[in-house]
Design a protein around this ligand. Sequence first.
Ligand code: GAF
Length: 362
Amino acid sequence: MDSGIWAAPGRVNLIGEHTDYNDGFVLPFALPLRATVSASRHDSPQWTATSEEQPGEVRFGPGTDGPDGWGRYVAGVVWALREAGYEPPGADLRISSDIPVGAGLSSSHALECAVLTALCDLGNLDLPLADRPALVQRAENGYVGAPTGIMDQTASLMCRAGHALFLDCRSMATEHIPFDLAAADMAILVIDTKAPHQHSDGEYGVRRRTCEEAAQLLGIPALRDVTDLDEALAKLPDEVSRKRVRHVVTENQRVLDTVALLRAGRFADTGPLLTASHASMRDDYEITVPEVDTAVSAALDAGAYGARMTGGGFGGCVLALIDAPAADRVSGAVAKAFADRGFAPPAAFTAIPSNGATRLTD
Ligand code: GAF
């Protein structure tokens, strides 16, 4: 195969925030929004990339400096493949994406996953699907320089339409949990608060380090291994670590409880867990901002079963579990609350659980 078109989606995380790098549990689903890569291979080890949304042409290869900006996501995938002993084919890549950038919907991971899938197919690389998330994480951590966990890439590569992906971030065991909200006349409303979401610039890394240090103090491999929360909290020397640990431990349990309810088809009953997750991110993990707190409160006041910020935090998107016919009413209530508080207008859309990365052409 010499050319083709590949796509990989962004994601929302239904619940399980900042649990992935603590070896915990997450429950994302893929969006219909995606990054698309039209690629053709050539024989020399050179890569070019253009983007319909971003300026500039990216060019790199052996002996040239790596690109800046969005090109780093492309070059990072090539780098990680080579690091892992694969020989990715040289290629010309044309990229487009309808995932809003900086909204916490994983636009960069979608780009990386689309590029990886394209290069694996073009080069007939024998890289099993199960090994791909870790390779994309290596690109992010080792090349792009963002200390992210394993959730977003796994979601973008592995999610299935009509399902949420229950992922154990320690064993990497996955289970596709049926999540056909439309059949229950329900929906997930995603509200982009437009508050800029930035997790690579410090706070994300600080949270991650605090968790790792707390696990070390507790003498366990990761916070996933806390079995008695009160006992663990009593051993920690400061209030900040106690709050961070409490979030991670209670959030893992909320994921398990949500999965149990979804398995029983009790979608509406997951609402309080979503809202409790938000309170934990706001009060214990301290990663929310006034725009997301306002969106959550307004959605709940307008009748949502539950609502929470989704993604890394410090801005980005909120999701609300609603009856499908209530979408306009809830998004209108959030827009009014934003106007009342002088925030920029939010955007909202209904999220349909969609498929992971795929080749679009035969
Ligand atoms: C970001 C990271 F990329 C994920 O790995 C995860 O930690 C998430 O924030 C928080 O749950 O999206």
